[in-house]
Design a protein around this ligand. Structure first.
Ligand code: ATP
Ligand code: BTN
Length: 324
């Protein structure tokens, strides 16, 4: 019911009377009043004026389960459930322990043990970013599903570009960078059964409102707030990312490789055409990055001019000039 009330109020740009709400919702005016009171208590910005009724004040962003439910419904039937947490260890860990078979979106306001690749940490301070996991059940082989990370990276890059009109790039294969600094990271984890995927968990972390970063992140990380003056809404961003992801995911599960977005992935790459350093299990190699191929591999040329294919597994990429 809360969801329905919010939807009606958001669609109506003006005040809407209690009587009209009660008519549209098929409930009494007292029931409408109680729901509005609860919504206000939950933090929604709703103004009441005698003689006019109620109005949802746009612009003050609330992240909560109801708002996220509205988003997934507006995007169709791809996601069936939403989980929202004020604080959780890691949305990816929660997703892995969820045993339902339905596509589920998990979002947290804070993560106390946010994870990056290879057991690294992902700084996830309260209300500073977007911390979310998409739990899906694709009919793909594990070897095909590894490229979902790049599909998700592209969805995030597209969404950020669409909204902010800035040159966000993809640092192959799982980071989104702005002028060389990391704005977002993607961590995909799979639960497999012999040769098929049982669950795929796509964790997306985005630095949104951080004013600054400390320690090792100081020169490495950047938030959206630091790069744009445009008013930022996490909910709008989540919706845009999910929208792009669903489009790309449907195309990917048909084609089962990245051919259909190869030009875009290469054009958005922060490393293609550059001299890079690839650190593989502690060993440092120097290459020139040539292109990303349809199977998601990074094609490089080594110092002797020999072409090689890098699979992202355990590799960390650095740019040679410290700018990637
Ligand atoms: P890098 O090139 O930065 O080492 P990577 O791809 O090799 O990246 P990842 O596992 O993808 O490493 O990212 C985890 C790393 O990201 C952490 O080790 C940390 O340095 C950095 N990091 C942690 N939290 C954040 C954050 N909120 N924003 C940006 N970077 C972060
Ligand atoms: C990386 O660059 O290493 C990937 C970082 C992924 C962070 C996100 S935040 C939501 C989800 N939950 C986690 O614990 N990690 C991912």
């Amino acid at each position: 019911m809360k969801e329905k009330i919010l939807n009606i109020m958001k669609k109506s740009k003006e005040y809407i009377s209690g009587e009209e709400l009660s008519r549209q919702l098929g409930i009494s005016r007292t029931a409408v009043w109680k729901h509005i009171k609860n919504l206000k208590q939950a933090g929604y910005s709703i103004e009441s004026k005698s003689g006019l009724g109620y109005c949802y004040v746009d612009g003050i962003e609330q992240m909560n389960k109801e708002e996220l439910q509205i988003i997934i419904h507006e995007l169709g039937d791809f996601f069936k459930n939403v989980e929202y947490f004020q604080a959780i260890d890691s949305t990816n860990v929660f997703a892995k322990n969820l045993r339902n078979k339905e596509n589920t979106l998990i979002v947290a306001k804070e993560q106390t043990m946010g994870r990056g690749r290879l057991g690294r940490q992902w700084e996830s301070k309260s209300d500073q970013g977007i911390y979310m996991s998409l739990k899906i059940h694709p009919d793909l082989m594990p070897s095909e599903a590894v490229n979902i990370t790049q599909v998700a990276s592209l969805a995030v890059a597209r969404a950020l570009r669409n909204i902010f009109n800035l040159d966000f790039k993809i640092k192959w294969p799982n980071d989104i960078v702005f002028e060389g600094k990391k704005t977002a990271g993607i961590l995909t984890e799979m639960i497999t059964e012999i040769d098929r995927i049982d669950q795929l968990i796509i964790g997306i972390g985005i630095n949104v409102f951080n004013e600054s970063f400390e320690g090792e992140l100081k020169d490495k990380a950047i938030s959206l707030k630091q790069v744009t003056d445009v008013k930022i809404s996490r909910l709008e961003l989540i919706k845009e990312i999910l929208n792009e992801f669903i489009i790309l995911y449907r195309q990917f599960t048909k084609s089962r490789n990245l051919e259909f977005v190869l030009n875009e992935i290469n054009a958005f790459s922060s490393i293609v055409g550059k001299d890079i350093i690839a650190i593989d299990k502690g060993k440092t190699n120097y290459y020139k990055a040539e292109k990303i191929d349809k199977d998601g591999r990074l094609i490089v040329v080594d110092e002797k001019g020999i072409e090689k294919e890098l699979l992202f597994g355990e590799i960390s990429i650095r740019s040679k000039d410290g700018y990637s």
